[in-house]
Ligand binder design. Structure first.
Ligand code: 3HC
Ligand code: NAI
Length: 685
């Protein structure tokens, strides 16, 4: 870490170099404080430019220091020190000025930025509010409405827009340092604007706070920080500067130690380490310049869209001309819907579509770098496809399967160069869902695996390495979720009660509503295959519903009834009578929300512990990412494993033992019991 001061005649340039993102560690704060002291008393300096080396301006407070005792100089004091410096400071921004980084920039008298820069206060995404005056100074600069939007959502604003809002003073085309020095020299010749602490907040209509409060609460769902952030901006508008600063600091300190902030920090670091697993350090991925998808159905079209969104040319291979047309039409619908939602322009959609070739000819794949198969979930069909790919593609091309449940080893059996084969399990809709399970076989080389991770980075997905087992990580846990949900029905709970409880826990949907939305037929197909293998999957009620062709919303009824054209679930008498029949020999209980949640979530934890034990997942944090990004597990709970650890693993074991004694769950696994002794999940070795 270095903070250097150089002179350009009468302008001092302070450069921070604290890789990777110039976070405001204690040492950086101290050096900036010292620089302010030095430059204040140097008569040859008329203005100060604050600039950063590396990929970005200051990206915020150092999140690694959050769990530790804070050391002076504290960030609010540093920002105040810069703001009250005797010479004007000019923040020269490239990359992102985030959180504490933007707060430092707000302490500067001016802000200039390159066009590609962005600025934001993402603290709410970490379960906190700005802690160094962001919520107090920003409304003084851009008004309470725009400040509220930024502070309560955590979204960043690009430099040109920030310029139009008055958040930055100039966009610098060309060399940033030179542009900032020129700006500083011109500014030093003119009368200076008041520092933000001396400005007032523009007045808003009193109804603004009530209306905004409702909107923020509904968006935030169960997260605390957004409403607390709104309260900070409101205080800034209604109280004097010092009172508002004290209020913000108090809120920041309270939230920083909260369970939600700890959970969101955990997810922050898990997400950042996921794309670069330590076991692949130094392994070069193969180049990915072109891609192909085999099968243009639900998944294939979504995967092809994701590949195009990342700028790759895509060849879509289908089994006949009619299917080619259907696949291309699926893609067209995806891009049209993105245009309707305002995500991309009509022109971009046209450009994305023009980068796709639809064909039945495997000969076109001779030079393709990566091929992803998404044909029917049938071993013979998939093996036939890989037989063709094996000869059509060059021997360095990565060949991937999107299978949900089949064994990738069996799919790859007999192909030429099996070291280039890997499972890439996308989630539906594949162009939207962030999770990508990456499943190597015994023969997959590290370079092929690294290519899977490189592809995930290109597609902006969260990659998680998974071992081979039925359902990999996510769907294996999902099977437990569903089986437990049915156990509850047999023991006296209703589908509505179960769904309501799981929503209250923080899931976007309960297990029955979710099945009705996705369709019950896919899981029924899996169960048939499992029974053919001699397994005994547990779904007594779902099996009966499928016999009646109650497949969910698409057939007008599933776990619930649906009025024609409606998506609102209505309790179903037919389902109630099937449950009553199936539950004849099971003792009935009263279920409250907390016990329903335990009866579903804790067996999921137990299964996850087995997954860790078997090394199907390498890290507990990976399972958290799978649950959050594949299944909507509440982020503010930190994922399934973090939730269990925070709740206390000993308590989880005890609750599972009680459930097991009543035949409502399997007993706690060995790894769970052993982990409970230390309070944290341990992998097997
Ligand atoms: N503190 C500590 N480390 C951080 C960090 C931070 N604020 N932000 C990023 N890092 C680390 C990451 O953990 C990662 O470490 P690794 O290489 O060891 O895994 C490394 O920096 C690179 O991060 P990314 O992989 O995310 O790099 P990108 O180039 O893709 O993105 C970024 C850069 C846009 C800056 C992104 O890292 C980011 O959004 N960071 C979070 C910024 C943030 O939330 N700031 C607010 C902090 S809270 C605050 O400031 C409180 C204040 O109000 C008092
Ligand atoms: P789908 O039935 O919507 O699409 C399959 C497509 O494959 C069809 O368009 C079909 O014409 C094509 N196809 C079949 N045989 C072919 C062949 N020999 N050559 C070329 N194309 C051929 O199926 P879906 O849902 O897209 O599933 C595809 C794969 O993705 C399956 O392995 C499934 O398990 C997996 N998957 C599905 C998910 C889902 O939610 N639907 C989620 C994750 C994985």
């Amino acid at each position: 870490m270095t903070v250097t001061i150089e002179r350009n005649s009468d302008i001092a340039v302070i450069a921070i170099d604290n890789p990777p993102v110039n976070a405001l560690s204690h040492a950086v704060r101290q050096d900036l404080w010292n620089a302010a002291e030095t430059l204040d008393t140097d008569p040859s300096v008329r203005a100060v430019v604050l600039i950063c080396e590396g990929r970005t301006f200051i990206a915020g407070a150092d999140v690694n220091e959050f769990g530790k005792p804070p050391m002076p100089p504290h960030l609010p004091d540093l920002v105040a020190r810069i703001e009250t410096a005797t010479k004007p400071w000019i923040a020269a921004i490239h990359g992102s000025a985030l959180g504490g980084g933007l707060e430092v920039a707000l302490g500067c008298r001016f802000r200039v930025a390159v066009p590609s820069a962005s600025v934001g206060l993402p603290e709410v995404l970490l379960g906190i509010v700005p802690g160094a005056g962001g919520s107090v100074r920003l409304p003084r600069l851009i008004g309470p409405a725009l400040a509220t939007e930024m502070v309560t959502t955590g979204t960043s604003v690009a430099a040109p827009k920030a310029r139009s809002q008055g958040l930055i003073d100039a966009v610098v085309e060309g060399d940033l340092e030179k542009g900032a020095i020129d700006f500083a020299r011109a500014a030093a010749d003119q009368s200076l604007p008041l520092p933000l602490r001396q400005r007032s907040v523009p007045v808003v209509d009193p109804s603004f706070w009530e209306t905004t409060s409702k909107a923020v609460a509904s968006r935030a769902k169960r997260e605390d920080a957004p409403l607390r952030a709104l309260a900070c901006v409101r205080k800034a508008a209604e109280a004097d500067f010092d009172t508002a600063m004290a209020f913000e600091r108090q809120t920041f300190l309270e939230l920083r130690g909260s369970p939600q902030a700890a959970a969101l920090r955990h997810v922050f670091f898990a997400e950042r380490s996921a794309p670069r697993p330590p076991e692949l350090a130094g392994i070069e991925p193969r180049p990915i310049r072109s891609a192909a998808v085999i099968g243009g159905g639900t998944m294939g079209a979504g995967i092809a869209a994701a590949l195009r969104d990342a700028g790759l040319p895509v060849t879509l291979v289908e089994r006949d001309e009619v299917a080619v047309e259907r696949g291309l039409s699926n893609l067209r619908s995806i891009f049209e819907s993105s245009v309707k939602r305002g995500r991309i322009t009509f022109e971009t959609a046209a450009e994305r579509l023009s980068g796709i070739i639809g064909t039945t000819d495997y000969g076109l794949l001779a030079r393709t770098d990566i091929v992803i198969e998404a044909v029917f979930e049938d071993l013979d069909v998939k093996r036939e496809v890989f037989g063709k790919l094996s000869t059509a593609c060059h021997c360095d091309a990565v060949l991937a399967t999107n299978t949900s449940y089949l064994d990738p080893e069996q799919i790859a059996a007999g192909i030429k160069h099996p070291e280039r084969f890997v499972g890439l399990h996308f989630f539906s809709p594949a162009h939207v869902m962030k999770l990508l399970e990456i499943v190597p076989t015994a023969q997959t080389t590290p370079a092929t695996l690294a290519t899977g991770f490189a592809l995930a980075r290109m597609l902006k997905k969260i990659p998680v390495r998974a071992g081979i087992c039925n359902g990999f990580i996510g769907n294996r846990i999902l099977k437990v979720t569903r089986a437990q949900a049915e156990r509850l029905l047999l023991s006296g709970a209703t589908p509505q009660a179960v769904d309501t409880a799981m929503r209250a826990f923080g899931l976007p949907m309960g297990p029955f509503e979710a099945q009705d939305l996705g369709g019950l037929d896919i899981a029924a197909f899996q169960r048939r295959a499992a029974r053919a293998r001699g397994e005994t999957p547990f779904a007594p009620i779902a099996d009966r519903l499928c016999t009646l062709e109650r497949f969910g919303q698409k057939s007008g009824g599933g776990w619930y009834d649906y009025a024609k054209g409606e998506r609102t679930p209505q309790p179903s008498e037919i389902v109630a009578s099937i449950i009553a029949e199936e539950a004849r020999e099971t003792s009935q209980q009263e279920w409250d929300e907390a016990r329903i949640i335990d009866c579903i979530a804790l067996p999921m934890v137990n299964e996850a512990a087995k997954i860790l034990h078997e090394k199907v997942a390498l890290r507990a944090g990976d399972i958290d990412l799978v649950e959050i990004h594949g299944y909507g597990f509440p982020r503010w709970r930190g994922g399934l494993m973090h939730y269990a650890e925070e709740r206390g693993l000993a308590g989880v074991v005890a609750a599972l033992e009680t459930l097991a004694a009543e035949d409502l769950a399997e007993p706690p696994s060995d790894l769970l019991r052993r982990s409970a002794e230390g309070g944290r999940f341990v992998s097997r070795d």
